[in-house]
Every structure is written in C-alpha cells, then in structure tokens.
Ligand binder design. Sequence first.
Ligand code: SF4
Length: 352
Amino acid sequence: MDSPLIIPIFIPYQGCPRRCIYCNEHITAGSPQPPPTAAALKRQILASRHRTRRHPPRVEIAFYGGTFTGLDREAQAALLAPATACLREGLVQGIRISTRPDEIDDAAAQFLRTAGVWTVEIGAQSLVDAVLEKSRRGYTAADVVRTVTRLKTKGFATGLHLMIGLPGEDGAAFAETVRRAVALQPDMVRLHPTLVFRGTELADLYRAGAYAPLSLEDTLAACRHALRAFESAGIPVIRLGVQTTPEMEAPGVVLAGPYHPALRSRVEESIAGEMAARLLAALPVRRRTVLFTAAPTLAAHLKGRKKAQLETLQKDFDLAGVEVAVDPSSPGDVLTLTVGDRTERTGRWGPL
Ligand code: SF4
C-alpha cells in the first residue's frame, strides 16, 4: 500500500530528559521553527497536498524530534490543538508522535488518544541492554517490549526507531535487536545509521579513539539483513537512512560514519547486485553476453550509479557483455537472467 503523506512538525529536544550521546537535533531536525498555528498548519497541509505527485491514501501530521510525552500536559495540549482541529475538519486522517519508551505510561497514552493520536513511534534504537547502556539511553530492552506491547493492546499503531552501529554494538548485537524487534511485531520500523555529529558526546568519544563508526559497506550489509527480516515478517521499513537537512551538508558537521544522502537506494542496489550474482553463479556465463530482465525500478537498481554495478559484475564473472531489459510487466521483486537459450529467475531474497 502507498505510504501516507506526512506533514512533519519538529520539536527539537522538547521533553527530552537528557541529551543522548549521538544526538544533535540542530543538525538532524534543521533550524528550530515555532510550532505552527492552526491556520499555518492548514496552509502547510494544503501546500503539501498540492506539491505531492502521488495520491497518498492518508495525510498525517507527525511530531518528530524531542520526546513528545516528556512535555507537560499543557505543552502537549498546546502543540496538539491545531493538529486535532485539522483532524476534526477532515484535512488529515491521523496524528502521530514519537517518544522514548520510558516516557509514556497509561495516562499519557490515554491523553494522546483523546487528542486523536493513534500512532506512536518509539525511539528504541537498540534492544540489547549493553548497547543501550553504552549509549546512556536510560532504559532497558524490557522497557521497550513492555511499552510497545502496552500500546498495541490499547489499539495504537506502533513504530520502532532503530539505529545501526551504536557504541558497543557488533553484528551479533544488531542481529539480536532485529530479531527482538520482529518478535514485537510493530506496524512499522525506521532504521538510522549512527553518524558522528559535531557537538555530541559521540564526537568526543570518536576523537579520543573510543568509538569507531561502521563503514558504509558494513552498514549496507546490516541494512540488507534487517530489511530481509522485517519484510519477511510483513513489517514495512518506512525509512532507511537519515533525513538529510541543509545543516548536515555543511562541511565539518558529519565528522564520521556511514553518511549517504540516499542510503536506501544504495541498499536496494546492493540487493539487486546480490540477486544478479546469484543468477550468474547458477548458469555457465563465462565469456558470454548475458541479458537481465526486470521491472523498471529493479532494473535501475541493478545498473547502479553510472552502470557501475554492471561493470563490476562483468569483471567478477568474466562476461563478454551485460544487457538489461526493462519489462514493466515483470514482478517488482523478480530478476530474470537469459544466456543463450537458458533462463533462470530469482526473487528478492533467494531462489523462487
Ligand atoms: S531522546 Fe531523542 S531527541 Fe531527545 S536527546 Fe535523545 S535522541 Fe535526541
């Protein structure tokens, strides 16, 4: 199903009980803006609807950044009032907030419901206690499980935010986080790489040699693993990578880490490359010209930037040539390889 059109309202650091070691909201959320009035929010919604080229099934207002339910009730009510007015007028079909797992109890959830909030995104980041402790998040994996379970039983749609490459996290710890997150069955997941931003405690650790960020290649591998696990469980990954801001693009702001403005595309390219390699390994292709056939998006991911991926495949498999045919009628997750009179097909995560 097509994703909703999100009207974001950023409330950087508001309600946060402490500053997490990797967080610099002035960079990730951009310059702070005052929360919109009802009239300004309506204009923003109408403008966003006008600008979008797709036909989203729903429009939702989302409060991001900060810890929404860490604010006192009056502040929450003031932020929600314009959004609730838009909901009642039918301009939007939902309101969502994001918060920490240790900052939302039953009373807070009940308050949100009366204001029309039906989706709560939980900034879990990890589900391994040692990793949470090293990032000084101040809660345990059991707290995350309890909170998400409670919200689900109350009928909220839930989202989980997870990070890749936090201090103290190795491949096994990230795999454990993914396994536990799948078991929790949230309605959606966001995956963010850990980046070293200027002005954070993580930057100090990095400079002192006490933190080494993941490479882009290791991040792509971790993302592939997570995508496979969540997609196989029917859990959509609605974001993969950071939302870039103009602040992030300035020199000296991202000090280290697997920063890529289009990480999801890179992950999709690497998945397409794995599919192609699987097919090439299954047929006698050496010194032959091969033909891949795929739906438009998969074909674009297979080619990669400037057809770089095709060149790598040609070299690795000693091919005489590689051609890619676009077939709009082909299923989006199926790649076909033709060599002479032989044809082989594969799915996104393995043989069909
Ligand atoms: S709770 Fe979220 S917004 Fe607040 S400091 Fe931590 S990471 Fe940043």
